[in-house]
Ligand binder design. Structure first.
Ligand SMILES: [Fe+2]
Ligand SMILES: [Fe+2]
Length: 192
């Protein structure tokens, strides 16, 4: 984890990191349920993960990633593909415990992808964002966060309708950096 680069001092990155930590804790819980063949418990926990990831992914794809895609197009493409893969498996449990006998194994492998994905963001994209985003970029990320909200603290007793009613994900690429801008001019702001 990027404990020394300073990216955790950026409010937007700190919040994304807290969500990663919450998701990692929920992943451990899913594994524990599946060890006990408790698919219902795993499905409930999968719903909590989806609730955390909904606004989290909106902030990444609608705020941070478009600003990084110019310098790291392959990394960002791969991360967005992983978002879709994980979402698809979690979505199978969105309204009920899946009866498909292959779901628990597919969930396990999707959550392995998610753990690696989180490490790639923590060790790659987040530290790199310090040298890519300027103050205006961080303000754009904060704007997307304000619209998306947060799934942390809303995950107890969550039901399908709660996250169906969450704010719609932004389309994503409306904050593309313009070629004439100089993103390295400013240190990112620490708070907004
Ligand atoms: Fe991500
Ligand atoms: Fe993330």
């Amino acid at each position: 984890m990027c404990e020394y680069c300073g990216c955790q001092e950026i409010a937007a990155i700190g919040e994304l990191t807290r969500e990663h930590e919450a998701v990692v804790a929920e992943i451990a819980e899913v594994r524990s349920f599946l060890r006990d063949d408790n698919v219902e418990g795993a499905a409930k926990t999968a719903r909590r993960i989806a609730t955390i990831l909904e606004p989290h992914t909106a902030v990444e794809e609608g705020g941070l990633f478009p600003l990084m895609a110019q310098e790291f197009p392959d990394h960002i493409d791969a991360l967005e593909r992983e978002h879709r893969l994980v979402e698809a498996v979690l979505a199978e449990a969105a309204s009920h415990t899946p009866s498909d006998p292959s779901w628990p194994a597919r969930l396990t492998s999707a959550l392995e992808v998610l753990r690696d994905h989180i490490l790639k963001e923590q060790d790659g994209v987040f530290p790199a964002s310090l040298s890519v985003l300027d103050t205006e970029g961080w303000e754009q990320v904060e704007t997307v966060r304000a619209r998306a909200g947060s799934g942390i603290g809303e995950t107890e007793n969550i039901i399908r309708t709660a996250w169906r009613g969450a704010p719609a994900r932004p389309s994503g690429h409306d904050h593309e950096r313009q070629p004439h801008e100089h993103p390295h001019d400013d240190r990112p702001g620490h708070q907004h």
